[in-house]
Write a protein of this length. Structure first.
Length: 512
């Protein structure tokens, strides 16, 4: 794959501010409240930063953002960085218990939320809620914090204990990731990116920050409507979108609708995919229907800041590659494959666990030094900490890295990472549930979740599912939820996944 000229800016805010000076009237954001120029963006950011500072936001303090995809989210995130604080996206639309758990754990000095949303959330957001409009203080001045090695954001991901864990990312890691996004995609002041991924998902940050650093524009429609391919195509054509990023699952829906043909001849030039395995058939269909589009596969765990490899999926790759690679690590990033003993695997072919090193590694897990030390290992690569991803990867005949499977129980569903053990842990906490297990089937190209529970009293699947959906977001809702007499176990005391699959097959066969 071709290398790109990458310019890593020292600080994302510095680059945004330079665009304010160079092109103040240029469109920076558009959402359903209207357009926002770079000059207006910076005015709002500075006023919000002043208000946050007055509330106690400063270096190391957290500011929680319980906001839908909107100009308010972008302004608030940049304002937190301006004040030196750490912004914490709180999933919008998640169950109140999960929201409350994140807010309590992050201990923010303020929670930014719109009044209607805050009222609906009730006590889940705590007592420190303020609206984005009310926090702005144009009468005050805030001093820019310019320490490039301070934390920039803390984003919560699915945890193995049933409790989400906060991943802390520094400014320098964010700046490096932004450069390695803008470079391959060729972002420039004429770029218009459609924001379709939720802003509490770090994959969205690739477009959010990289486009503003490049001087382009972010178009942020109502995300719920974008989930329908016809509305997505309408937004791309109506706004002259040149770039968008979404999951392979959404691509599968998109190419299955005749509306996709309306993208032929549109302004769309680049598409980024990530979060799960790519289907060569779906990409080939997109390329045939929309030939002007270049398609890229992106890979990167949350702990390594957005993405650490980018692979352009050419027609030649579609013809010759048995499976779409994740590519090569970005400059400065280290990839090592290790066996079960932690020894480095050399050469092409053998499968090993992917370990990642370099400037994009997280600072650590918020409030959990033990987990940080267990996840960032030393001794594999001299003088370098590596993050053990749990992803099984191999090199193909060209030396490109290819994702194979998960080593543990974390999967990506519709582009969002979730832990099977978290689903099981939440199920165990439900009334009447004694034990639970969750498995995933990826054989069809879609991730299908199946959960199994044992109970100690009267219970039915409908009630259990209703209880579960008050605790977890919809993407963690199992496709199958079965009440069983006992969970088949391995000798080591873990659920027997093969036996669970047989149990599921038997139950589905009986239903048919």
């Amino acid at each position: 794959m071709p290398q790109h000229d990458i310019e890593i800016v020292p600080d994302v805010l510095d680059a945004v501010e330079s665009n304010v000076v160079a092109r103040p009237a240029h469109l920076a954001l558009w959402d359903e409240t209207g357009p926002v120029s770079y000059a207006e963006l910076w005015t709002r950011v500075a006023a919000t930063a002043a208000g946050l500072t007055a509330l106690g936001a400063g270096p190391g303090e957290r500011v929680a953002l319980h906001l839908a995809n909107s100009a308010d989210f972008v302004v608030s995130a940049l304002a937190a960085l301006y004040a030196g604080a750490v912004f914490v996206p709180v999933p919008f639309g998640d169950p109140s218990e999960r929201v409350a758990g994140i807010v309590v754990d992050a201990a923010p000095v303020a929670v930014l939320a719109q009044p209607k949303v805050a009222a609906a959330a009730g006590a889940a957001l705590g007592p420190l809620v303020v609206s984005p409009e009310d926090v702005r203080r144009p009468d005050l001045a805030a001093e820019r914090c310019r320490d490039g090695f301070r934390p920039a954001y803390c984003i919560y991901t699915s945890g193995s204990t049933g409790t989400p864990k906060g991943v802390v990312i520094r400014h320098d890691s964010l700046a490096t990731a932004v450069a390695h996004t803008a470079g391959p995609f060729g972002f420039h002041p004429g770029t218009k990116a459609l924001c379709s991924s939720p802003f509490h998902f770090d994959g969205s940050f690739g477009s959010l920050f990289s486009v503003l650093v490049a001087g382009g524009a972010l178009v942020i429609p109502n995300r719920d409507r974008l989930l329908l391919p016809r509305n997505f195509v309408d937004a791309v054509t109506r706004h002259g979108i040149t770039h968008c990023t979404f999951s392979p699952s959404f691509l599968r829906m998109l190419v299955a609708t005749p509306d996709v043909e309306r993208l032929r001849g549109s302004a769309l030039r680049t598409v980024g995919l990530g979060g799960e395995d790519c289907s060569a058939e779906d990409i080939a269909a997109l390329r045939a229907l929309v030939p002007q589009v270049r398609v890229f596969n992106r890979y990167g765990p949350t702990e390594s800041t957005i993405a650490v490899s980018t692979y352009e999926i050419t027609d030649d790759a579609l013809r010759t590659k048995p499976k779409i690679p994740i590519g090569q690590p970005h400059d400065g990033t280290v990839f090592r494959l290790v066996d079960e003993d932690g020894c480095i695997i050399e050469g092409n072919g053998p499968v090993g666990e992917l370990c990642i090193g370099g400037p994009q590694l997280m600072e650590g897990y918020w409030g959990d030094d033990a987990l940080t030390q267990a996840s960032l290992v030393h001794g594999i690569e001299p003088g370098t900490a590596l993050y053990r991803t749990g992803d099984l990867v191999r090199r193909d005949e060209d030396g490109d890295y290819v994702y194979v499977d998960r080593r543990d129980s974390v999967v990506n569903r519709n582009g969002i990472r979730l832990g099977l053990t978290e689903v099981a842990a939440v199920l165990r906490s439900l009334p009447q549930v004694v034990d639970a297990a969750c498995i995933a089937d990826t054989a069809t190209g879609n991730v299908r979740l199946s959960a199994f529970v044992t109970v100690d009293g009267p219970a039915n699947v409908r009630e259990l599912r209703a209880h579960l959906l008050r605790r977890v977001p919809a993407y963690m809702n199992p496709d199958d939820l079965l009440i069983v007499d006992a969970l088949p176990m391995l000798s080591a005391g873990k659920p027997d996944a093969r036996a669970l699959r047989r149990l599921l097959d038997d139950r589905l066969t009986a239903i048919r």
